[in-house]
Design a protein around this ligand. Structure first.
Ligand SMILES: Cc1cc2nc3c(=O)[nH]c(=O)nc-3n(C[C@H](O)[C@H](O)[C@H](O)COP(=O)(O)OP(=O)(O)OC[C@H]3O[C@@H](n4cnc5c(N)ncnc54)[C@H](O)[C@@H]3O)c2cc1C
Length: 815
């Protein structure tokens, strides 16, 4: 018999009716979906959420292929050792070769995006080669160098696996401050790559410990004794045949992503041919002449791709976590409301809706934004690839403008979205209660894997400051009348935009009002940063860099508010676009419209101080916003599970029994726990640790218990109690006499302790009410002095006893 078919418990609690057995989680989930039928067309919503029909069909194809590939088995991933994970991660490389060689690069990238959700560790190990190493070649190599490295196997992974060696032990964020040197030896026409001191050791280098044969090394170029800044050099690390000449070893245990073999590298006068410096931008000639590019900024284009894809990753990761949390909340019951027969599902609690649904709206906003940012990045890369020495002034300006816009936008978006996804995972984890702490929920490992996203590819705080710097500069441009493109176009409305306000209470919730609100408040926080900067420059007479530092907090706030507004605008634009093609009857636009409003209102609520400070909304209008968030959460609750279906993840990708499509959470969880933890009642360390403890020789006991005089002590205690009782009775009589008031002999039933007002998980009074007479179930916080005066005063609650059978079957398991 399956556990969900099991009959109701036959033990009847004294005085309490037997609990009504709820429908199974599977039935609950079916009923949930049946209720939401017709709210929107699921397939059309999947296309809308997933950036179009073609994308969804590809995604589903990839998900199916992964599910059928034994190398991509993931249900045991939480119980593997670090070494097992690394070996399996490497084995996956070979299963992808067919696709690397035969699939178009953009299609293959989409395959990788799906893999990243399933196995972030593999994605990173592979991504270090494909994204960073190859990205460095693509952005830094001349056409001939590009062909050379492709012929060497940089794309096909034949004879070459790359890593990206930028960060050093002493620092990663400040690239210009790196210490590794690349000194040109004119005589031999070689560069000498060298680590001058331990702090300059390349650190955290993904793939360096075991897999990489070559590294794209960032080092200070020195020619004829002169420093020319940090450039990229292709440095062989290992003989690809023997994998010998190991220059570094593993970093050791990390917080997450154990599949990547991060390592350190020290170079001791390693010689490479001059041709191994990537020379698309800066060139070093045979006789040591250094030709710098007119536009040094172009060298960092490679980094932006990673950032843009992290916006998309964050949206997907957040949607995955929310799928787990929402589906579980739709079937998990806890407490009853009023006279209801069944316990309430978590998703019906307004606080639970408030915890999860605004995060869902945020994830959807990030998803729509990521499509636009990816398009922006692709346009910029295409421009960069065609850019060369023969490009004219207009082309150069266009490339630079695009690069600046992509850099500023992707920097703050990467930071805000990776943080948002991390917070979403943690909130989802907590929303599962204890189950969220189980590794099998997948949420703990998702958190550990996501955490590093806030640090690598540009530390989030630093990226926010860079974006804030760009906003300060844009504000100055806008004041000069220069028209701003893209995300900061709202500054073109200066000065009027600074003083706009909500036209009326009735207009508060309109999507265009919300957009105006974001424009006004974003413009104001950017103004604040700009004015602080100007004051530091002009009044305090600081240098430009010092002045920027002086306004760093304002820059940070500007980037934060600007980005929340940007996400809202991108979402709103997407809803407007969709409304041109989706028929109103299928409910897609109406639902997205609600989600967009929820995101806009919730994000305003989260940043309420600025909206009040800059007087776009009155306090009353802020109340309207708050009420709308609660109302929309309740409304979207009716289709919350259907929305997780529209994210379109297979159970294999979700890889959590609590997020499975059919809602069969308990049986799946139990099966996974059992399968991954074979029952072994004797601990492997029994002989070494437990046995010596419990079988140790008893201490030599002297038979002198008489000294305790226990009976005498008991008599004393009894005498003391009797005296206390007599005093109590006497005091009571005296009190009665003085007040001359008759008291009833016994206490009415209602006088039982009812629990603290509102305590006990919102069901406090009921919980204690049922428990008082028999005191057999529920939690029993001791009554406060003076509260409970009934006949059980002074007694300890009795706890249910475990039968020996129960005891036997509840040991081991949770390892
Ligand atoms: C798992 C993992 C894998 C990695 N893989 C690679 C890889 O393959 N290749 C590679 O080259 N690197 C890799 N890195 C390194 C990563 O890119 C760096 O850790 C990152 O760039 C941050 O640099 P840092 O650690 O030196 O931090 P730091 O720059 O030292 O920053 C430390 C703290 O100081 C703050 N801070 C720094 N400067 C400022 C400032 N001006 N104002 C305010 N706050 C500031 C930062 O916000 C941060 O909180 C990896 C890192 C990890 C954790």
């Amino acid at each position: 018999m399956s556990s969900s078919d099991a009959p109701a418990s036959t033990t009847k609690l004294a005085g309490a009716p037997p609990p009504v057995l709820p429908p199974s989680p599977v039935e609950t989930m079916k009923a949930e979906r049946a209720r939401s039928q017709g709210i929107f067309d699921l397939r059309r919503m999947q296309f809308a959420m997933g950036n179009g029909e073609q994308e969804i069909i590809l995604k589903e194809k990839f998900m199916m292929e992964l599910e059928r590939d034994p190398l991509f088995k993931v249900d045991d991933i939480h119980d593997l050792t670090k070494d097992q994970i690394r070996e399996r991660t490497m084995a996956k490389f070979s299963s992808l070769i067919h696709w690397i060689v035969n699939e178009r690069v953009d299609v293959f990238q989409k395959r990788l995006n799906v893999i990243s959700l399933l196995d972030p560790g593999f994605y990173t190990r592979y991504g270090v080669h494909m994204g960073l190493f190859l990205g460095a070649i693509r952005s830094g190599a001349t056409p001939n160098q590009m062909s050379y490295w492709m012929d060497k196997g940089a794309l096909s992974l034949q004879g070459l696996i790359g890593c990206f060696a930028m960060t050093e032990m002493r620092g990663g964020s400040n690239v210009a401050g790196l210490e590794t040197t690349a000194t040109f030896d004119e005589k031999s026409d070689e560069f000498v790559i060298h680590t001058p001191r331990v702090e300059a050791t390349k650190w955290w280098i993904g793939g360096a410990a075991h897999s990489a044969t070559h590294a794209a090394v960032f080092a200070q170029l020195i020619v004829k004794g002169k420093y020319h800044g940090v450039k990229t050099f292709m440095v062989p690390l290992r003989n690809p045949k023997t994998y010998q000449l190991l220059p570094g070893i593993a970093i050791g245990k990390k917080f997450g992503r154990d599949g990547i073999d991060n390592g350190w590298i020290q170079f001791t006068n390693v010689r490479i041919p001059r041709e191994y410096m990537l020379m698309k931008h800066t060139q070093v000639t045979r006789n040591g002449e250094v030709r710098d590019p007119p536009l040094a900024q172009l060298t960092y284009g490679a980094l932006l791709g990673g950032r843009c894809s992290m916006v998309a990753d964050s949206a997907e990761v957040a949607k995955k976590a929310l799928t787990i949390a929402i589906r579980y909340a739709a079937v998990r019951r806890q407490f009853k409301s009023g006279d209801a027969e069944l316990e309430t599902v978590l998703l019906d609690y307004p606080t639970h809706q408030r915890r999860l649904l605004p995060l869902l709206a945020q994830a959807v906003a990030m998803g729509f934004t990521s499509y636009q940012v990816t398009a922006m990045y692709e346009a910029m890369t295409a421009q960069l690839e065609h850019f060369g020495a023969d490009s004219d002034e207009a082309e150069t300006k266009a490339v630079l403008d695009n690069l600046k816009e992509t850099h500023a936008t992707s920097a703050a978006l990467k930071a805000c979205c990776t943080w948002a996804a991390l917070e979403t995972i943690e909130k989802c984890r907590a929303s599962l209660g204890g189950m969220g702490y189980s590794a099998y929920s997948a949420l703990p490992s998702m958190y550990a894997d996501q955490a590093v996203q806030a640090t690598w590819e540009g530390d989030n705080t630093i990226l926010m400051l860079q974006s804030g710097r760009s906003l300060v500069s844009s504000y100055g441009d806008a004041l000069k009348g220069i028209r701003l493109p893209g995300g900061s176009a709202y500054l073109n409305g200066l000065p009027g935009v600074l003083t706009t306000s909500c036209p009326s209470d009735d207009a508060t919730l309109r999507l265009d009002t919300l957009e105006q609100a974001w424009d006004c408040v974003s413009a104001n926080v950017v103004r604040q940063a700009f004015e602080k900067y100007q004051e530091a420059l002009k009044v305090q007479k600081l240098t430009r860099e010092e002045a920027l530092e002086a306004c760093s907090q304002e820059r940070f706030v500007a980037a934060k508010v600007h980005t929340a507004g940007y996400l809202y605008r991108m979402f709103h634009d997407a809803v407007i676009e969709l409304s041109k093609t989706e028929p109103a009857s299928n409910g897609v636009v109406k639902t997205l419209d609600d989600i967009c409003r929820l995101y806009g209102c919730w994000a305003i609520e989260e940043n309420a101080a600025y909206f009040l400070k800059y007087k776009f909304f009155s306090p009353k209008q802020m109340d309207i916003i708050t009420a709308e968030v609660t109302r929309l959460c309740a409304e979207l609750r009716t289709c919350a599970v259907l929305l997780t279906d529209s994210f379109d993840f297979s159970d294999h990708i979700i890889n959590s029994p609590f997020g499975c499509y059919d809602g069969n959470v308990y049986e799946r969880y139990f099966a996974r726990v059992k399968a991954s933890n074979p029952h072994n009642p004797v601990a492997p360390y029994f002989e070494r640790v437990i046995k010596p403890l419990i079988e140790r020789e008893p201490l030599e006991l002297v038979d002198d218990v008489d000294q305790i005089d226990l009976d005498g002590e008991i008599a004393e205690i009894q005498a003391e109690r009797e005296q206390n009782e007599q005093e109590r009775v006497a005091a009571k009589k005296a009190k009665r006499a003085s007040k001359a008031i008759e008291k009833p002999e016994s206490y009415p039933q209602q006088a039982y302790y009812q629990g603290p007002p509102g305590g006990g998980g919102d069901k406090g009074p009921q919980m204690y009410q049922n428990g008082a007479p028999g005191m057999q179930q529920g939690y029993y916080p001791p009554p406060q002095q003076g509260q409970y005066q009934g006949p059980y005063q002074g007694q300890q609650p009795r706890l249910p006893l475990l039968s020996s059978h129960t005891f036997q079957t509840t040991t081991t398991i949770m390892t």
